[in-house]
Every structure is written in structure tokens, then in C-alpha cells.
Design a protein around this ligand. Sequence first.
Ligand code: ZN
Length: 248
Amino acid sequence: MTAAPTTPPATDPRHALVLFSGGQDSTVCLAWALSRFARVETLGFDYGQRHRIELDCRLTVRTELARQFPQWAARLGDDHLLDLSVLGQISDTALTSGRAIELQANGLPNTFVPGRNLMFLNFAAALAYRRGASVLVGGMCETDYSGYPDCRDNTLKALQVALSLGLDAPMTVETPLMFLTKADTWALSESLGGAALNELIVVHTHTCYLGERGQLHAWGHGCGHCPACALRANGHAAWLARTPSENP
Ligand code: ZN
């Protein structure tokens, strides 16, 4: 009798909760977690995004990861979606016009919700505690988003200490993309899941600020012109230029 394929032993017995939006960065974070931790659950936030396409992409990406990577399927646990529509009351610039002008002078967009990632991680930590997870994984990154102070490495290290003290339980905040460029992120996903993972990311994840799926470019779906599309397209082009022999 042929033995069923077994899942290779995870390198880390802890359970992780990944902040998973359905975009490129959080999909790479999910693959990173699945390659390390014994069990991995996912968490999305519904905060009244202008476009719900990214939320719709979440479940497709999870399904495709489990289908194409059987070694990860056994570790992939439940998905959670929290309603944080209350954030809409804070992001409404009509209510905070004085401060909004100041924020815009700092170069941040007027949809900026101050400390949004801190709120997300606090909710994630409470859920992780209830689910028996002691690692939070997020795609926060200093390299491309230096305008967001709550994405900084020291901000999140301080929050890790506060969460662990406040919960009286170890809660590690992992940010595998913190010091990576967008080109580095493509290289990381290739190292984790080869060309198949990068193809999955190109076809099934979402990035476009305008909510367009439309045409499939080499780097994925999107309008091709908004800041999110430009960032992703430029990163993909830089990655291709870095490894021309492997990427025709
Ligand atoms: Zn776009």
C-alpha cells in the first residue's frame, strides 16, 4: 500500500495569523508563513474599501495556494473577516478638515487613517489569542511606504512589546517584507514557491487603486496608471531586469 504524501515537518511549531488582504504583499506573507509555521490562519478587514475586488480575491488566492501547493494545504487553517467599517468615520476628511490639510502637507493621501496598521494589529492580536496563535504576520514595509509611520520597523517592534505585555502572552509581530523592494518581493515569492507562485500572484492577486481587473499585464491585472499599479509594474520590471537569463 502506497503511503499518502506527508507534509514536511514545519520548522516552527507555533501557530500564525496572517493579515491577508488578497494583494501581492500579503499573499507573499501568507506563503512565507505557510513555509514556516505548523498552522496558519488568515485575517482580512472590511473597512468599507472603495473597491471590494481585493476582498473577493482573498478567497481565490487561498483556494489556489491550497490547490497548487499541497505541502501548504494541510497547514492552512480558517479564514476570518472582521468588519471595521467604523474606520470610515475616522477617514472622512469632512469631519477632520483641519488635521487633513496638515496630513496632506506631510505627503500622505487624504484617505489616510492615522495609525491604521496599529488598529489592525490590535484586532489581529485579540483574534490570535483566542485562536491559539502567537505570531502575527503582516506585509508592512519601510522601503516603499516611508510616508506611513505605522509601517515602520520600530513602530511594530514597540507594538509587539505592548501586545505581549497587554495579553500577558508572547505575541511576535513578523514583517518579512519590511526592508524589501518590490523587486525583492518578487524574488522572495519565487524562492518560496517558484514560478508557479509568481504566476498565481500575477493572475489572482489584486492591487489597482481604481479597482480595475481588466487587462492582464505581465505583472498582473490593473489599470496600469494608478500609483499601486505603477509600483507593482515597476517592481516586476526591476525583478525581470535583475534575472534576465531566468525570465525570458
Ligand atoms: Zn491601477
